[in-house]
Each structure stands twice: as C-alpha cells, then as structure tokens.
Design a protein around this ligand. Structure first.
Ligand SMILES: CC(=O)N[C@H]1[C@@H](OP(=O)(O)OP(=O)(O)OC[C@H]2O[C@@H](n3ccc(=O)[nH]c3=O)[C@H](O)[C@@H]2O)O[C@H](CO)[C@@H](O)[C@@H]1O
Ligand SMILES: C=C(OP(=O)(O)O)C(=O)O
Length: 422
C-alpha cells in the first residue's frame, strides 16, 4: 500500500493546473447509457474512480476508450447487453447508483446493487428510488439489489425532494430525459456538477430548463443523440490546492479556477486573511501578513460551503489564531481526520456534528492514517505546514479523487513524495 511523505518546507510559489471534476465526470459517464450514439468527454480527470466507472459501464456492454492519456473519454452504449450492476463493482463507489436511472429510462428495466454505506455516513439511496417511483418505476429491494421495472417506459412526474440530494437529482434528471411527458424536480440540488450534467444532456438533445435553480423542468424526448462535452473544473480539487498557500504562505495560481465554483469558500478564506484574485488564468491565492484568523464554517448544499472541503479547511484552522467551530450538516460521520490531525498536535474537540478547533502555532509531523478521500488530503495539507516529516498511510483513498497530487504540490515547491510498497 502506498504512503505519502510530506516535509514542511516553507512558502509555496507557482501554478497548479486544476483537472476536470471527479463528481461531474462520474455523473456524465453514465449518461452514455441514455443514447445509442457516442458521447465524448474532454477534460476528464485521471482517477481510480473513473476507471471503476469505466469497468462498471463495460460490464453493462458499453464501450469506453481513454485517449490523450485519459483526458478524453469516448463512450458508446450502442447496445446494453447486461442490465445488472453487480455488487462487486458497485460497492467500490457510490456513484455507481447513477446507472440506475439511465438504464431504466432507456430499456425499462435494471438491477443495481445497493451501494451501501461508506465511512463518512450511512448514505442511503431512498430519495433516488422515490424519484424513479414518481416517474412510474416499479421497484423491489431483494438480496441487496434494487430490481427496477417500467414496462411501458417511464412517464413524467412530480419529484419533490424533502432534502437536497445531489445524487438523487442527477438520477432523476437523467431518467426524466427519456420519460414520456414533463417532469418537474422541486428542491433540486444546484451544484455545478448538476448544471454540467444538464448542459451535456441538452447537447444530446434533452429538453431541460432551470438547472442551477431549485426547480428543474424536463420535457421527455424519444431518443438522445451523441455529443461532445468538456467536464467542468473540479471545485473541490481547486479549493484543496487554494489551501496550500493559505497554510504555507507564498502565492499560488490554480489554473482554470473560477470564483463562481467556490464563492462561499472564498468568502471564508477572505475572513481568515487569505487573498484570492480571479484572472483569466485562474485563481491566485496568497496569505496576507500575519497569522491566519480562525473562522467558523457550516457545510451546506451548494451555494453553501461544501462538505467536501470541510476536512481541508480544518487543516487550515489547526494553525489559525483563535478558535473556530466547524459544523458538518451533510454527513453524520465526517470528522475522522480530527483524531489524525490531533496526532500532529492539533487541538480539536468533536461533539456530534460540531468540531471546535483551537489553533496552535505549529503542527508537528507524525505518522497518520488516511480514512477517506478528503480526510487524506487534509493530512497532506497539514503536513505541508508541520515541522518535520508526516507519513500519510493508506493513500488509495486519495487516488480516487486527486490526480498526481505529489507532482502538483512539488511543482510549487512542496517537499512531498510517494513511497510505493508491494
Ligand atoms: C448536498 C451535498 O452536499 N451533497 C454532497 C454529497 O453528494 P451525494 O450525492 O453523495 O449525497 P447527497 O447529496 O445525495 O446527500 C445529501 C444528504 O441527503 C441524504 N440522502 C441522500 C440520498 C438519499 O437517497 N437519501 C438521503 O437521506 C444523505 O445521507 C446526505 O445527508 O456527497 C458528495 C461527495 O462527498 C458531495 O460532492 C456532494 O456535495
Ligand atoms: C466522498 C466523496 O466521494 P463519493 O461520493 O464518491 O464517496 C467526495 O468526493 O468527497
């Protein structure tokens, strides 16, 4: 299992290119199942999760080719000869549930393993299922699988989500493109990944209005055609690398970054004493003179502060002046990085969904364990600011969501290397 060794090395300077968004690409790839014609995705990130989605789609009969080093994905679902998404693949990645809506919409039947819980919380899929039922699907949960049928095809319906769910909005949106009649999704998620999906589906011939607002209206069409679409930049990778100069000092430009993707996060950085400037190239980040100030954070659906940046923000707060309160409102168990950060000298008190961080002058390098994707990278960020060496173990989580993290950070002056062990 690989480890990453980080040694605190002072201010960072230079540029970091931001890849296409994992969470957008993992939604765009299953959209291929809606059409017999090819879908080409450019600006795709090179990540293990993308390979897992490729394996899943191929298991259903789709053809997937990775070109230009993996940055271009050519997907073709000319035929789907297997409508069963197996537990062995689905269990590796929650986004697998996103094949359900498209398969059901296209062929009227699908069997998909329940993705199950993962470390950060229970993560049920009841809202995905309710949305499909509102479109006339007949669902049966047996042997850990969702058995879905829509013998006469899906029909448009009213999908009213009691809480905002990104994944359920995506599944409903894709399914509705081929349903007969009009579907109205209320309390829809407004994340940039939803907007990206809607834009891609529209290029494929879907009739969609209102993406990026609370209400999305979809007029079903008989068939979708091929399209080419560039994946939106990864706002979470962007926010993560913006925190590197915030923690270490210096000035770093995140190439391709846009304020509109991370506005709530930038507002918190500003309050903490970090300057962010938007240019044509991207976002340039520099720490103002003096210590970072403690700020409070509440995670919320977009446009609020993203849950996927909470762990990384906590790393910054560990060295801030004063106390900050971080409230996690999306997932019930997303503070597993806290005990690991405490091994590095951080002062953190976790009570339920709230973590109070009292900043210390310096962190100290230590061996730590990555427990999930964003927790892993928060430990790397903390290691960049710590005295001495931090060894982050179990970095396979990291490879799900960050491409070439060592190259990107060493490119701006960080001392970081990967140790590969058999
Ligand atoms: C709103 C939000 O911030 N969603 C995040 C969530 O998306 P993801 O799509 O994984 O999760 P959802 O947006 O669906 O979950 C939001 C909340 O709804 C609950 N829920 C969800 C579906 C369901 O059927 N039943 C149910 O109760 C979840 O447990 C959670 O508390 O994780 C992703 C990966 O970390 C993030 O990129 C998304 O930003
Ligand atoms: C937790 C994440 O991903 P997933 O929903 O695939 O687990 C994430 O992107 O931070």
């Amino acid at each position: 299992m690989d480890s990453i060794i980080v040694t605190g090395n002072g201010p960072l300077h230079g540029q970091i290119p931001i890849a296409g968004a994992k969470n957008a690409c993992l939604t765009l790839m299953p959209a291929t199942l809606l059409s017999e014609e090819p879908l080409t995705l450019t600006n795709a990130p090179r990540l293990s999760d993308i390979r897992t989605m490729r394996t899943l789609l191929e298991s259903l009969g789709a053809e997937v080719a990775q070109m230009q080093g993996g940055q271009v994905l050519s997907l073709s679902s000319h035929r789907i000869d297997n409508h069963r998404a197996d537990y062995d693949i689905v269990r590796k990645m929650r986004a697998s549930i996103l094949v359900l809506g498209p398969m059901l919409a296209r062929d009227g039947h699908a069997v998909v393993s329940l993705p199950g819980g993962c470390a950060i919380g229970a993560r049920p899929v009841d809202l995905h299922l309710q949305a499909l039922e509102a479109m006339g699907a007949e669902l049966d949960l047996r042997d850990g699988y969702v058995h879905a049928r829509a013998p006469g095809g899906l029909r448009g319906g009213k999908v009213d989500f009691p809480i905002v769910s990104v994944g359920a909005t995506e599944n409903a949106l894709m399914a509705a493109t081929l349903a007969r009649g009009t579907t109205v999704i209320s309390n829809a998620a407004r994340e940039p990944e939803i907007v990206d999906l809607a834009q891609c589906l529209r290029k494929m011939g879907a009739r969609i209005e209102g993406e990026g607002t609370h209400t999305i209206t979809i007029e079903g069409v008989d068939r979708l055609h091929g399209a080419t679409h560039a994946v939106v930049p990864d706002r979470i990778e962007l926010g993560t690398y913006m925190l590197a100069p915030a923690i270490c000092g210096g000035e770093v430009t995140c190439l391709g970054g846009r304020i509109d993707l991370v506005a709530a996060f930038c507002e918190r950085l500003d309050a903490a004493g970090i300057d962010v400037t938007e240019t044509e190239a991207g976002l340039t980040v520099a720490r103002r003179n003096g210590r970072v100030r403690a700020v409070d954070v509440v995670t919320e659906p977009f446009p609020g502060f993203p849950t996927d940046l909470q762990a990384q923000m906590m790393a910054l707060m560990c060295i801030a002046e004063g106390s900050s309160v971080l409230e996690e409102r999306i997932f019930e168990n997303r503070f597993m990085h806290a005990p690991e950060l405490m091994r590095m000298g951080a002062r953190i008190d976790v009570q339920g969904g709230t973590a109070t961080v009292t900043g210390v002058e310096t962190l100290k390098g230590a061996p730590v364990m990555a427990t999930d994707l964003r927790a892993s990278v928060s430990l790397i960020l903390a290691g960049l600011a710590a005295e001495g060496e931090t060894v982050v173990n179990r970095v396979y989580h990291l490879d799900r969501g960050y491409e070439s993290v060592e190259d990107k950070l060493s490119g701006v002056g960080a001392k970081i290397e990967r140790i590969t062990s058999q």
